[in-house]
Ligand binder design. Sequence first.
Ligand code: MG
Length: 287
Amino acid sequence: MRFMMYRDEQTTGLAVQVDGGAFRSLSAGDAKFPGTLDEIVRRGPTAFRDASLALATGKLIDSSQLEFLPPFSRASKIICVGLNYADHSAESGMKTPDYPTVFARFNSSLVAHGQPLICPKVSTAFDYEGEMVAVIGQGGRNIPEEDALDHVAGYSVFNDGSVRDYQLRTPQWTIGKNFDGTGAFGPYFVTEDELPRGAKGLRLETRLNGHTMQNASTSDLIFDVARLVSLVSVSMTLEPGDLIVTGTPAGVGNARKPPVFMKPGDVCEIEIEKIGVLKNPVIAQPQ
Ligand code: MG
């Protein structure tokens, strides 16, 4: 199942793709509206199927004409993983890690597909990072690696927009990864049953103004989705709707010679095979 969240005038809507083609939707206020994806994921494993059946009775929509919302915007945790592709770790001057580099993002940094990424006025180094997101379905603590994929509800696409001059100011990356309007997320949430197990073997490509900047396979992750879920759950209880943003491959702008950063007027696209294309214009931070 492929879902999208959108804004319909003043209300929130949810749509599902029907038979691989058009989307059918219901809006908050419609009697059969199943809720937001944040709400549905908390209802348990059959809730997406129930929501899909309800939405199939809704109206046909043209998804290209809608204002998208992030698929999930109330995650209790957004866990991001740094340096999770060997080639990116090398280009960053780091050795391949034997434990994942984990940092946090907050919901306040998120923007949806089609919304602008905001180039901070205090920065001259706003970088892109194309990444796959795993969305937790069933929560848990100390989840064994062999069971971990049963805890993943589905996948989406993320641009972990990074304000490098702030990220690298200290060893802690939190500030440089949490400027408002720097984390693009969407357009779709795709349930795990539609994808290869663990979303392995999917082509990930980042394009800046149409030029390919990153091109990798999700099979190249150092710590795959199952290992990440298991390792993170050693320390914290994962909850339904939590996001694990799995890391970016080589080709980021900061590692290029000369560096290539995003600037107002640019368009950045992240495409992951079988999941979707996340496209965002870049604008200057308003005064
Ligand atoms: Mg990243």
